[in-house]
Design a protein around this ligand. Sequence first.
Ligand code: MSP
Length: 644
Amino acid sequence: MDNKKFYISTPIYYPSDKLHIGHTYSTVQADAMARYKRLQGFDTFFLTGTDEHGQKIEDKAKDAGVTPKEYVDNIVAGIKDLWKLMNISNDKFIRTTDEYHEKAVQKIFQKMYDKGDIYKGSYEGLYCKPCESFWTETQAVDGKCPDCGRPVIKASEEAYFFKLSKYADRLLEYYEAHPDFIAPVSRKNEMVNNFIKPGLQDLCISRSTFKWGIQVPVNPEHVIYVWLDALTNYITALGYNSDDESLYEKFWPADVHLIGKDITRFHTIYWPAFLMSLELPLPEKVYCHGWVLLEGGKMSKSKGNVVDPVVLADRYGVDTLRYYLLREVAYGSDGVFSNENLINRINNDLANDLGNLVSRTVSMVEKYFGGEIPAERVPGEFDDEIKALAAETKINAEKNLDELRFSDSLTAIWKFISRTNKYIDETAPWALAKDEANKARLAEVMYNLCESIRIISVFVAPFMPDTSAEIRKQLGIGELKNWDECGVFGKEATFKVSKGTIIFPRIDLEKELAELEAAQKSAEPVNPLKEEIEGVAKIGIDDFAKVDLRVAKITDCVPVKKAKKLLQLTLDDGTGTPRTVASGIAKYYQPDELIGKSIILVSNLKPAVLCGVESCGMILAADAPDDDVKVIFVDGVPAGSKVR
Ligand code: MSP
């Protein structure tokens, strides 16, 4: 990585559904990295945004009765609010509906077209609408999209194609020459073995069956494929193909594209091939992180507030959620979210380890020295050990962060936190405080504790910026300026501590889980049908047994003259005596359609005269959507059979 500038991006999010903690995980990682690099003095550019075109958005807007732009504006506002809440320090938020982006994408298309890398053809393939991806027969798995598992549909249309196949060898060569380009390496192997080696097909990069997209410059009937539109955001956001390309000159190529594993193919095959076509440098690294899953599978909307980052951040705090995500999900792997797991982490790592260390130290400095540590201090046993571990922790925290191993970096930091807690037990300040002769030693112990906590405030700053600031406030030291402050033990001459709020209060696990369950239940959307069914008075089996249901065959059917709604049915109910029933189904069936059909008859209903027809019983029918009614047919069952 360049040591002067650092450019990191998140994927740009679809403004279709509400974002959940899985999406938050992508952004929080990039934010931690951007903060770390800024603290290290890198001129940093951190980009995020929204990916707003495509059929899916067009369809959703239509359903909502608004224009696509109105639809996305509304959701994008919520996404921006979420990032604000999560303390995301992005330098730019790009929307693919921004005019500068749309213009630049058209120029990009034109460049590739002029170069001869784009041609017109006809597309026949399998299309996954939710993913907006085309698949070949061999790529689709049992007629389903290999990415999301939903059914694909056959699609055929005139379309523009990008000569992806032309770049297969160059891609392989590039991977070979740049072993760090795709991380973790398992993802690279997947791309090579599953996509490139079996043969890259040219890529369909235009659509003509919907309008919500950027127009193809050489043919206004077509819009540009959303992935070409979306991927180029990484350079258009820097002003590429605009009047001012200074940011592009400064920051491109990106140091890291941070993405979820599901979009690896787009970022490590398509995007590099587009860049090769444009003759632009490739990003240094594409890091494909794993997924945050729920016990039993993927995130799902039905899990409501359990996976809503706003609800979780409100309940437990923004830094807590950031910490949890960055600690729980190991490098490149999936992690499983559960409330229990989250609360255990809060109680153990945050309240017990970090929170306690800070509050115990601050309390002791206040109690023994009125908040200010005296200058006269005497070193002693264990001091060198914590100093050495502080230095070692800096090396480990950095090494892991440089490789985007957030969880490993936090593990190293927590080792230091635990060691510092142990230092309190080893030095037993409460015992030292009993004898005035130990005052200078007690002062040194307190100083070392405050220094360790100051160093911890640097270590945790990329992950938990507010917590870092609060710790420093309680220590009475200034704003954090530079990462290297964690490398010097003894930097602060003294401390003037003051007790603040408890940074991480403990949570009663049982009580909290019960409350969460209740909150989740009350947040579940009310299903009116469920309420209606549950509201109907219950009957015993004896009540039901009073109703005699039989199969009967319709042998004749005529309209009832005096009643437009009624049909007069003649039934064979198995007794040998024809039975007449009047039924209000004239609006839904022609008499001819019914003759010969077998239906279910309530045979012991008291006879009633309806518009001059004596009706002996009733036939069963169901309400159907759009005010329709469907008679229940049981063709093939002999007349007279009992229905139970
Ligand atoms: N719009 C595309 C990205 C285009 S980038 C040029 C997209 N958007 S998305 O909103 O569906 O996903 C955004 C990011 O969230 C992706 O990196 C995706 O992997 C990530 N995640 C979505 N669900 C996730 C989890 N459950 N866990 C972790 N990350 C997840 O893809």
